[in-house]
Design a protein around this ligand. Structure first.
Ligand SMILES: *[C@@H]1O[C@H](CO)[C@@H](O)[C@H](O)[C@H]1NC(C)=O
Ligand SMILES: *[C@@H]1O[C@H](CO)[C@@H](O)[C@H](O)[C@H]1NC(C)=O
Ligand SMILES: *[C@@H]1O[C@H](CO)[C@@H](O)[C@H](O)[C@H]1NC(C)=O
Ligand SMILES: *[C@@H]1O[C@H](CO)[C@@H](O)[C@H](O)[C@H]1NC(C)=O
Length: 284
């Protein structure tokens, strides 16, 4: 009788079907959501999420009627378990980074007969870092100035770079460097000649039409450049005055200390003088 019951349960566990949902490609910096649902929850005591990565299995989170929702310590804040149910389970991976790729496994545990599981393998794409800037190449031209704008982005796959905002520019080749964490850094420069008083910007367009698409504005203003110089000068003055105040304070403290020492020495001397002189006066 028990045997029949056990094999019936075993059959049930193996007959369970799981459907999985969620993006196989997660975007760097965004949240990724995954969900599994089972067609039958009878006998399920616990639902777990694990991740298989670099040949190691990590336990992420569990749900059971008895203990409720539990996210393992290293993943708290990183992973959220959002469904309190034994036939359906969902996690959110917050703020996805390069470390979050791998295979996510949901399993429905029919204790003690085993579990039925489903895996969702995820790769992370997008852009993790952008650096932009400009330098003035030829400030000495009569009525125009030549500026080199640079844009570089790190991501996977190698980010694409395009430009917007200035119709006339000369463009350098894109250089692509591969990094040790399997990401790529793409860099590109453009040279723009603008009127001397130009006050504008150039936009660096990254991953157009792809994951992690973004527009990075590089503002330029000659007057801002001047202001910066002025700011530098006033900082210099501020620094100098702070130095002067500190020096003044130090010398006052020094003078006071020397004066105090002299005073105490003088006092000691006068005490000693009194002692040595008293007998003399007595004899006299
Ligand atoms: C999967 O990603 C695509 C774009 O890459 C997005 O339109 C879609 O909503 C995403 N689906 C889920 C379930 O996150
Ligand atoms: C899960 O079980 C509940 C009842 O416990 C039911 O209402 C729901 O439809 C089930 N969901 C699925 C996906 O089977
Ligand atoms: C997302 O993670 C990055 C590091 O990977 C961190 O610098 C950033 O502040 C995080 N953003 C949020 C909104 O938590
Ligand atoms: C862009 O310009 C910077 C600064 O002049 C230089 O260091 C870098 O090598 C240039 N990159 C490319 C791709 O030409």
């Amino acid at each position: 009788m028990l045997l029949i019951l056990m094999s019936a349960l075993l059959f049930k566990a193996s007959a369970m079907k799981i459907n999985s949902y969620g993006n196989r490609t997660a975007v760097y910096g965004e949240d990724a959501r995954y969900r599994c649902s089972a067609n039958d929850q009878s006998g399920v005591l616990q639902v777990t999420w694990q991740r298989f990565k670099d040949d190691a299995l990590e336990n992420l989170a569990t749900y059971s009627k008895r203990f409720g929702l539990r996210v393992n310590t290293p993943y708290q804040g990183k992973i959220e378990l959002t469904e309190e149910s034994l036939n359906s389970t969902a996690i959110t991976v917050k703020n996805v980074s390069w470390h979050d790729d791998g295979c996510y496994i949901c399993s429905f545990n029919v204790y003690p007969y085993g579990s039925t599981e489903e895996q969702i393998c995820v790769s992370v794409e997008g852009i993790s870092q952008v650096d932009t800037g400009y330098i003035v190449i030829s400030p000495l031209l009569k009525d125009s100035v030549e500026i080199l704008f640079s844009c570089s982005a790190t991501g996977k796959p190698a980010p694409t770079i395009e430009w917007d905002g200035s119709s006339k520019y000369t463009q350098s080749q894109t250089t692509i460097v591969s990094n040790s964490d399997n990401t790529f850094t793409s860099s590109q420069n453009i040279t723009v000649r603008v009127p001397l008083a130009w006050d504008g910007h150039v936009d660096c367009l990254l991953n157009t039409g792809q994951r992690g698409q973004r527009r990075e504005r590089i503002p330029y203003a000659l007057s801002a450049g001047h202001k910066q110089q002025k700011g530098g000068l006033s900082e210099y003055v501020l620094g100098l005055s702070i130095c002067a105040v500190v020096l003044l304070f130090c010398s006052i403290v020094g003078v006071v200390l020397i004066w105090k020492k002299k005073m105490s020495q003088y006092n000691k001397e006068s005490v000693m003088n009194q002692r040595t002189f008293t007998p003399v006066t007595l004899i006299a």
